[in-house]
Design a protein around this ligand. Sequence first.
Ligand code: FES
Ligand code: FES
Length: 183
Amino acid sequence: MTSILAEQTAKAGGQRAAAPSAKRRARSILNVVVNGREREDVVPDGMLLLDYLREVVGLTGTKQGCDGGECGACTVLVDDKPRLACSTLAVQMEGRRVETVEGLTHGGRMSALQQAFHEKLGTQCGFCTPGMITAAEALLRRNPDPSREEIKEAMGGNLCRCTGYVKIIESVETAAAARKVAP
Ligand code: FES
Ligand code: FES
């Protein structure tokens, strides 16, 4: 199944492997908007977006699963599109808008999508859930009324090791219906 994440993974894999150690010591000023807040941080040029979010910004909702571009647990939104934070350099986010699962809440309360995952049991151990929710959020922003096949396609890069995907898909369908009533 081809997804946006799969394409990014293929590109980012080579980029990461080629990063010379000297570059990892260089630093840059990063201006980025994270969950609606403007930030300016000095970051190592070789720092991954995943490490930046978890260790510099302190947002630990984004998870490290495989760390190899294969599981989708680290998915975040960059300018409304899903992106693997484990295969993206933080400095690539210059001038961009990054959203994590924490940023999808509304006034400190769960969004309709987060609520649907909770109520429909789309969450088991929960480790894959932040990536699932951000991938689903990207889908619902570009396609508010997806078919079951479109949901499967959009979530194809997100793996869950707990059980099957039925409850996860039902959670996204429930959220889509709820957002028609209260976006
Ligand atoms: S941790 Fe990024 S794809 Fe698995
Ligand atoms: S809920 Fe455990 S990996 Fe998905």
